[in-house]
Design a protein around this ligand. Sequence first.
Ligand code: ADP
Length: 258
Amino acid sequence: MHLLQVSQLQKKYGNHEVVQNVDFHINQGECVALLGPNGAGKTTIIKMILDINKLTGGKILLNGKRHDQMRKFIGYLPQHPTFYPWMTGRELLTFMGGLSNIEREILEQRINELLELVGLGEVENQLIGTYSGGMKQRLGIAQALIHQPKLLIMDEPVSALDPLGRRDILELLKVIKQKSTILFSTHILHDAEELCDKMLIINKGQLLVNGSIHQIMEQTQKPIFIIQAPRLSEWTHQLVNEDIVESIELTGNAAKVR
Ligand code: ADP
């Protein structure tokens, strides 16, 4: 049985169908990238999995079942996490652990382990307001893991960071993925390839490609490689299956499909 099974997922805002019949699954232990340009529908899909956004159509099952409180099972790092700046890192994790009703002694031990894992041990008693962007992302990851979720979902966790900060967080995620199941949303192919085994490439609410890069290359003898990822000076060529769509071009933040 798949850990997460998404079937015929659909979301409409008025007449605008922003997610169209999307099917995919995630198995335990996998790291899956949700890759697509801005506006493709990544956040909408994530928020439907989390049961923040209501589904227009389709089904989402975790271990074969429908759950009312997905947040109990899923750790979530939103695209723009906000933290109370007058709390310390440790205070925030204690507070969040309290919300999950974790017993005090177990919680303290878990916070110690998480702070060490994300490399914030030395600044745990500093105010979050003094943290850099990368430190806040590390704290957000620790916060998402506090209740030992079955699935960790991160929405563009490295996109807002400078290249060095991005590298640091990717290295941290490589460690975390050894023990976690991850859904990692990004618009940068390079990051998806580096971290994940499987890719879901999405554009305009449609799932174009689903599989490992290796499989995708094997399945089509004529891959055409497309997308440009607008990220500082990096313009990474990206892959899309020519059988499905001829080409996608990203110009700035806009995607054109031909
Ligand atoms: P991504 O995460 O890939 O950047 P989103 O899921 O945020 O994409 O957005 C997908 C599309 O849905 C976009 O066209 C966006 O404008 C639209 N959208 C997102 N949220 C809303 C909303 N609350 N109301 C109307 N349209 C929305």
